[in-house]
Design a protein around this ligand. Structure first.
Ligand code: FES
Length: 527
């Protein structure tokens, strides 16, 4: 017998013939990201004893809504911990620090056997796309059942190969985990509403596209949205135009657009798999709960309990110490100096407006020919990106208590940019802040750039083009893109690439795009 208990957010407890595998159990009463995110809704039982002696735990990646030291520290230290092998080995370091004796960093398609017929195989998304993130997903074989925990992983996967295995249950994210556009101040209110709607739609579409590509017998949307109890952030969750859709919305869209069965689980629900598919045993505590209808009711019911936790976590963050600027400079200068590949692609000044004790306005110079200091006090220079952080949060990053990406995901910062284009290399450099990991990205990007053999032929407005097949952002297949006004629209996150020159309207990327039926000397198609 195989049973999947949903633990909330991206947490799963898979039982098969008496063995237990936990996936991304995020149960902390303090939420995550400095008590910015909380589970929606939370696991309803206080007694977690049935989860505390697993035969293995899979932690997909380092984000604290997946890696929860509060819960993991309650497990026996001889529990095998499974994760992906990333260029930056931060998750391994964290699990080692918790005292786990066996931390298995599995390479792409490498597996761990819990029992002969209960096997976890880790897949690290890096197919035809440079690894600008640390994510993994897990293909789990439990007896006759194939369960694919796609999790937050992006589409850079060999979807055809995975589909061919026959997937019984797919679990995939259907709500965004990103700060854009919520923290950007360069948008008028109506533009912000439009951008949030686009982000919401993109999350739903990603889930539907993944399900349609992988053709499981049953698809389950999960891994979000988070609930924000901090009064500064609450509106992101409660407002009618929230960019965070819930699972029923994504499930309904899948049912409307395909014949694939979709199921919505609530925390505590148990899906019993059998030869005919599955049967859901519902958790009584959430029998009448409706994800969309009950957002406000859930928030009101739990705010008296959660808001003091938010205040306590924020009050416990010490103020920055004197010398913050020197530590900030020592942190970023080596990364800039050692990574000219990234600098050439960022190629602008970025202003860090660090507010609070020992803060200041500091320029990080990513230009090809930078100021010799690289990181220096702002003196009115033109800066195309601007961040506003609290000094004590920057100190947390410099102390190694949280990553830049965790700080960004906390939504406790503001940003603006001019021109209004995403610079993936800037965010990759900040997110990774690690030379080995950045070199991994460089190697992959150079290899993909040097061998553009994976192309396809496209016809648009009477012209034929040879176009790079995989999107450089996160590997979506551009063969599935629509053509709108002379641009190919990526099905992944709807970036627009101009067929005239391959340039992306939303980011610093350019794809290979060559017009086939014109004179080569006039052909602007380039990488
Ligand atoms: S995969 Fe994100 S825009 Fe293409």
């Amino acid at each position: 017998m195989t049973t999947i208990e949903f633990l909330g957010h991206a947490g799963l407890a898979l039982e098969h013939d008496g063995k237990l595998l936990l996936c991304d159990p995020w149960m902390s009463p303090q939420g995550a990201y400095n008590a910015s995110w909380f589970q929606y809704p939370a696991y309803p039982k206080d007694d977690l004893s049935h989860l505390l002696r697993p035969d293995a735990v899979y932690v997909s990646h380092e984000h604290p809504d997946h890696y929860d030291p509060w819960f993991l520290s309650q497990l026996p230290k001889d529990t095998p911990m499974i994760t992906g092998r990333f260029h930056k080995r931060l998750i391994k370091k964290k699990l080692d620090e918790l005292g786990f004796e066996t931390v298995l960093e599995l390479n792409d398609y490498e597996s761990h056997e819990i029992a002969p017929d209960f096997v976890v195989e880790v897949v690290v998304p890096s197919f035809n796309c440079a690894p600008h993130w640390f994510d993994s997903c897990a293909f789990i074989r439990a007896g006759e059942h194939n369960i694919f925990n796609l999790n937050d992983a992006n589409p850079a996967l060999e979807l055809d190969k995975l589909r061919a295995r026959g997937i019984d249950v797919l679990l995939a994210q259907a709500s965004p985990a990103i700060w854009y556009p919520l923290t950007y101040t360069n948008y008028q209110p109506d533009e912000l509403v439009r951008l949030k709607a686009a982000r919401r739609e993109s999350a739903i579409t990603s889930f539907v596209t993944a399900a349609q590509s992988l053709e499981p017998r049953l698809a389950i949307p999960f891994a979000g949205p988070p609930c924000f109890f901090d009064e500064q952030l609450t509106d992101h969750f409660l407002s009618p135009d929230s960019m965070f859709p819930t699972a029923p919305v994504a499930a309904a869209r899948l049912r409307e657009t395909s014949n694939i069965a979709a199921e919505v689980l609530k925390p505590g629900d148990r899906l019993h798999l059998d030869g005919n598919g599955g049967r859901v045993e519902r958790e009584p505590a959430y029998a009448d709960f409706d994800y969309e209808r009950d957002r406000t009711a859930y928030f009101e019911r739990h705010k008296a309990e959660k808001q003091p936790i938010v205040r306590a976590v924020l009050d416990a963050i010490p103020e920055a110490e004197p010398g913050l600027f020197d530590r900030f400079r020592r942190h970023l200068r080596p990364l800039i100096k050692r990574n000219p590949f990234f600098i050439a692609r960022v190629n602008m000044r970025v202003l860090f407006d660090v507010q609070g004790p020992h803060g200041g306005k500091w320029v990080v110079d990513f230009r090809d020919v930078p100021h010799e200091e690289l990181v220096y006090e702002y003196g009115g220079e033109d800066c195309h990106y601007r961040f506003e952080f609290e000094s004590r949060n920057v100190e947390q990053v410099l102390r190694g208590e949280m990553s830049w990406e965790d700080l960004l995901l906390s939504l406790r910062f503001r940003a603006s940019r001019d021109p209004d284009r995403y610079n993936q290399h800037l965010f990759t450099l900040l997110k990774m802040a690690d030379h080995a990991a950045l070199q991994g990205v460089v190697t992959a990007e150079v290899a993909l750039d040097t061998h553009p053999e994976d192309t396809f032929t496209l016809e648009a407005a009477g012209c034929r083009y040879e176009v790079q097949r995989f999107c450089p952002h996160a590997g979506s297949d551009l063969r599935d893109g629509e053509i709108v006004d002379g641009k190919i629209v990526c099905p992944g996150h709807r970036w627009h690439f101009d067929l005239a020159d391959g340039a992306c309207a939303e980011s610093d990327y350019t794809i290979y795009c060559r017009r086939l039926d014109s004179d080569a000397s006039e052909d602007p198609g380039k990488r």
